[in-house]
Design a protein around this ligand. Structure first.
Ligand code: TRP
Length: 327
């Protein structure tokens, strides 16, 4: 069985893009692979954030993952800051990664651009991510395009470490998410759905049904009327992708059904499909929310499982790097 690791930041409510692009594939992967999923709160600290909201957002993100179908009995689900080996390994990898290669990370350039003061943590973000992955002997990392460069860095650092200190890390591979993995913003269909839940281009998983319907009905399309999946029609293509992903139907099939009649019926049907698709998730979330302790306990068990794995890897790392054993 391959070991699979992925992480999600607790920066806000999960949205339809996270669910259709990533989380539903994680759910399917639970039965095929040895899967580890991590709510990466330490990564969320790299940009300015509201401290009083962090714990709640972390809980919510974990509960939403469970509501979406991650089963703590079939995968390892935990919170990054609960397993100290992530930061410990980050230090070791800091001494292997170079300033030059971190300085070339496009996400760092984007996020730091224009900011008055940039934290060292933001600069070091990719090394923490490498530690997440390497601490578990991970074989495969399902990531979107925006994280590919970080995964390349992880591989480079692992290879360099193994070369310098002897074979210690498994060198992981990025796996391409299946088709339909890129859900776009409803108001700006040329960029990925990623904005906060307050944005009209986003459908957050816990949004009110009326809000969801309204947002999908107001999706930006184009001035034609032809329902067709094509690069020059990003808005319409996105609606078709959303409808296909939430109903399991094929794009060709849907193009045929909505060929005539303009975009109205397509939008209405997509809105209904999304509301129906999210209903069971919202019901499960409401159940979890009534008894928050049970999720907290599951996360504690997840952290225990994760720590047992990461401890073994750290022992190898300490030995390889020549640190004095504590005795
Ligand atoms: N950087 C990833 C993102 O923004 C989140 C992440 C952190 C991650 N650690 C990871 C993803 C390890 C995969 C593996 O989406």
């Amino acid at each position: 069985m391959a070991r699979v690791f992925s992480g999600v930041k607790p920066t806000g409510e999960l949205h339809l893009g996270n669910l259709l692009g990533a989380v539903r594939h994680w759910v399917a992967q639970q039965d095929q692979d040895d899967t580890i999923f991590c709510v990466v709160d330490l990564h969320a600290m790299t940009i300015p954030y509201e401290a009083p909201e962090m714990a709640d957002l972390t809980w919510k993100t974990a509960a939403m993952l469970i509501a979406a179908g991650l089963d703590p009995n079939r995968c390892t689900l935990f919170v990054q800051s609960h397993v100290p080996q992530h930061t410990e390994l980050t230090w070791t990898l800091n001494c292997v990664a170079t300033f030059g290669e971190l300085n070339r990370m496009t996400q760092f350039k984007e996020k730091s651009g224009g900011q008055e003061s940039v934290s060292v943590g933001l600069f070091d973000y990719p090394v923490l991510m490498a530690a997440d992955i390497l601490a578990y002997d991970t074989d495969k990392v399902p990531v979107g395009d925006d994280q590919r460069q970080h995964l390349e860095l992880t591989r480079d650092v692992a290879i360099r470490f193994n070369h310098r200190f002897g074979d210690t890390f498994v060198v992981p591979e990025a796996t391409v998410p299946p088709v339909g993995a890129r859900i776009m913003d409803l108001q700006d269909p040329t960029s990925k759905m990623s904005k906060s839940s307050a944005s009209p281009g986003t459908v957050a998983l816990l949004d009110d049904e009326k809000v969801i319907t309204k947002r999908i009905r107001s999706a930006v399309t184009d001035s034609e009327t032809e329902v067709r999946h094509a690069p020059e029609k990003p808005g319409v293509s996105n609606l078709l992708e959303i409808l296909a992903a939430t109903t399991g139907r094929g794009i060709k099939d849907l193009e045929g059904e909505f060929a005539s009649g303009g975009y109205g019926p397509l939008k209405d049907t997509a809105a209904e499909a999304v509301v129906e698709f999210l209903r069971p998730l919202r019901e499960r979330y409401a159940e979890l929310d009534k008894d928050r302790e049970q999720v907290t306990k599951q996360l504690a068990l997840g952290a225990q499982k994760a720590e047992a794995m990461a401890t073994k890897v750290m022992e190898r790392v300490r030995k390889a790097t020549g640190l004095l054993p504590r005795g």
